[in-house]
Design a protein around this ligand. Sequence first.
Ligand code: XLS
Ligand code: NI
Ligand code: NI
Length: 437
Amino acid sequence: MTQFYSLKEPVKYEGPNTTKDLAFRWYNPTQKVLGKTMAEHLRFAVCYWHTLCWPGLDPFGGDTFNRQWHHMADEMAAARMKADIMFETLNLLNVDFFCFHDLDIAPEGNSLKEFNDNVTAIANIFEKKMAASNKKLLWGTANMFSNRRFMAGAASNPDPDVFAYCAAQVKHCLDVTHGLGGENYVMWGGREGYETLINTNIGHELDQVKRFLSLVVEYKHKIGFKGPILLEPKPQEPTKHQYDYDVATCYNTIAAMGLQKDVKLNIEQNHAILAGHTFEHEIALASALGVFGSIDLNRGDYQSGWDTDQFAMNVPELTLAMYEILKAGGFTTGGMNFDAKIRRQSIDADDILHAHVGSMDACARALLNAAKMVEDGKLAKLVAGRYSKWNTPQNQAMLAGQESLDAIAARVLSSGIEPQPKSGRQEYIESLINSYC
Ligand code: XLS
Ligand code: NI
Ligand code: NI
């Protein structure tokens, strides 16, 4: 068992007035908010890839973190060390869940067979650690974007051998996720898109992506995996254009295959920003379409246009997102996965703890603010008020399609309907929201 951090005891809730550096000021896991504990509301997860696999590189420089396991000759020993540190992290942060790509947890080896065996070996270690510590798997996913075989796409690759290879890789990763009691299975299509249209058949690639999704759903039923498959929208990066552009585009794919019951969405803040939306817009839309699943929590940079995956620390912004999550009914199988990385100059092990604790506190404050907004009901009443005229029997009938276009036209002309504009009161509402924060 390694000891990676300087901290020995789990971070505790100490309240907002504590002077301790590493303490929760707002996140009090057992505190009840709107009938559920904070831990039940927020369902935090630590991710493997940014926390333990990314070495701090950028396009102009390499490894800054200099972690021991990146410099070990025995790759399986390094993988076991990472597993130890993941559980050390979960225990210190008092976080219940973790998430991984198959490639995060185990080395690729020289064949898919070897890779599968490595993944299984580490999963067996997880199983024991999970039983001993009561930690859970929020989701697993297959990395089908790093290896050069995926450079022209995974399921959307022009080469059917790659499509078949992906099927084999996802089958194993879904088996492993299921075996560990994973609550969801994620599919982010990092290479499912194109670089240039002049060598691409979009229609064919979209057919491939849809077939792949339906194969995964079929298999999930075959093995009795109860959780949803979660698509993760992102507009670009690494490919120039990704097919799972945003919530609306993903919904198109899901609805085209009639898979709304089995496939939901994993929504990431930074990806929403890259798609030209707000985070809360993407959550609200997914909820309206019945496909809200889970959250990849991070923060994009509003100037750079990259997927910077910073830790989310902005309380007013998070308040609006949390309000939409509460309105959506909260999480069922989903949760808040920290798909976030510390900056490459944050080279101390404890920086990982500070990042998570700070963001967990920001989420807890946002939850408390959003709960006030829900309890108070003023905002909901204002919004409902704008639509209240739809509640008359006549307007309900119009919405239900019981009145034809020409019948509506006749009614307007005979009754002399003349719409009366009303204030949208945006500044009043913005000030009202500030009053909860
Ligand atoms: C990358 C994605 C990735 C997914 C999992 O931008 O966010 O980390 O969450 O494959
Ligand atoms: Ni993500
Ligand atoms: Ni991302």
